[in-house]
Write a protein that binds this ligand. Structure first.
Ligand code: FAD
Length: 402
């Protein structure tokens, strides 16, 4: 087994864990990452509201990926530009080509802002360090008016993040005394505020109570920076003074160019075994797949466990049987020092408890604990999720005047 080589493309949440789990079982693993940094993206959510931006050597909220990897994993820093699965080789920019026996694809997503006319000139977002810092500056000079927060295309990563941002924005503007002078609009392409009905039913009344206007069936077509309006395919338009739109997402160029992706570049993946459909010895996980679950770090984590188990089974000559169950478990901020938790799998829809302070502190704790647990293969706070689900709707927020 030791001479079989697994190449993992992507050193983010899913790829790092898959590499660690395989290396610990004596598999020869090479992980290729284009930047060499592992970034904890959930912290971008807080950046626009932060008084002081943390400083450090590299990108924010990031550590060198080789510092998170088992010492036996070989790390290559370079962008994979092509995948020739028939020949069993990946092409690395300026690094020649790497042979493999098994390939794990975990390169995450890419953003395609040019799919929306006017996006680049006018829209902000918080899905990258650069964009979140730019939004932070725009928010610092905001003195009131119309703020529009919108979901553009589906799927996008961390589905609750736009709602979290909107509710945190509401709280932020209240703190600054600007809420009375501001109208907050939330644009959703769906008939409701959130993809999952049960979550929508919980969050929509909270948004309404806080005076946030939800515009449903709003499929963003274009932005007109001159007139300062955002327009939908359905023919509606909403004025803005500050515009925050989640950028259209798609598969990364390496996947698109290799012909392994669908029209949007997502990798068609068996929803349980995580094999790339139609290919042997090729697995995919995390945001890069077309799996019908939230594109989230926690899903990538559970998927990495299944992928590692299945590759080990195949190496031992057994049929892969480690099934990903569709498990997702996400804390979601609702502003004013509260959060809820969204926990579900393919069979069981979520029953998010009413937002409370315990879950807000649990989310903040998780943001710190991440570095010591997730890349190593331990998801903390599973117990908190179960406890909170049992508590059900406490209705704490209903008793709090805002
Ligand atoms: C604002 C925000 C908030 C979020 N909040 C949460 C949350 O609360 N909970 C949660 O579970 N998830 C959250 N997420 C989502 C989470 O960060 C991602 O779903 C998760 O990181 C996906 O893991 P991944 O391994 O699939 O991809 P990533 O972690 O994105 O890693 C992909 C890696 O592949 C590398 N790569 C890309 N292309 C190539 C290439 N061609 N060659 C080599 N390397 C390449 C990249 O450099 C990157 O290191 C949030 C995301 C954002 C943006």
């Amino acid at each position: 087994m030791a001479k079989d080589r697994v190449v993992v493309v992507g050193g983010g949440t899913g790829g790092t864990l898959a590499a660690n789990l395989l290396a610990r079982r004596g598999v020869r693993v090479t992980l290729v990452d284009s930047t060499g940094w592992h970034t904890y993206q959930p912290n971008y959510l807080y950046l626009p509201f932060t008084d002081r931006v943390p400083t450090g050597g590299g990108p924010l909220f990031s550590r060198r990926v080789n510092g998170l990897l088992d010492g036996r994993v070989e790390t290559v820093v370079g962008e994979v530009t092509g995948i020739d699965h028939r020949a069993g080789r990946v092409q690395v920019q300026k690094g020649g080509s790497l042979p493999y026996d098994w390939l794990v694809l975990a390169p995450g997503t890419a953003y395609y802002p040019d799919e929306i006319q006017g996006y680049r000139e006018a829209a902000h977002h918080f899905y990258s360090q650069e964009a979140a810092l730019c939004l932070r500056e725009a928010l610092a000079s905001f003195r009131g008016g119309d703020v529009v927060v919108g979901v553009t295309t589906i799927p996008y990563k961390c589905p609750p993040a736009p709602l979290e941002f909107t509710l945190m924005l509401d709280a932020h503007l209240r703190r600054l005394g600007l809420r009375e002078k501001t109208r907050i609009h939330f644009l959703s392409p769906l008939p409701r505020a959130f993809t999952i009905e049960q979550v929508s039913e919980m969050v929509a009344p909270i948004m309404e109570k806080r005076g946030i206007e939800i515009h449903t069936f709003f499929n963003t077509e274009s932005v007109d920076p001159g007139a300062r309006v955002v327009r939908s395919l359905e023919g509606d338009e909403v004025p803005y003074d500050l515009l925050v739109l989640i950028p259209p997402h798609g598969g990364v160029p390496a996947v698109r160019n290799s012909g392994l992706g669908d029209r949007s570049g997502w990798i068609p993946t068996d929803r349980h075994l995580l094999k790339v459909l139609g290919h042997e010895r090729l697995y995919a996980l995390g945001d890069a797949t077309d799996l019908p679950v939230s594109k989230s770090g926690v899903a990538a984590h559970f998927q990495a466990e299944a992928v590692a188990g299945n590759i080990l089974a195949e190496m031992a000559g057994r049929t892969p049987a480690h099934a990903y169950t569709g498990r997702v478990l996400c804390f979601a901020e609702t502003g004013l020092g509260r959060a809820t938790i969204i926990s579900f799998d393919y069979q069981h829809p979520p029953r998010p408890p009413f937002p409370n302070r315990v879950l807000h502190w649990a989310k903040l704790a998780f943001n710190v604990l991440y570095w010591y647990t997730v890349p190593q293969g331990r998801v903390p706070l599973r117990g908190v999720a179960e406890l909170e689900e049992r508590r059900g709707s406490v209705g704490e927020e209903a008793r709090v005047g805002h």
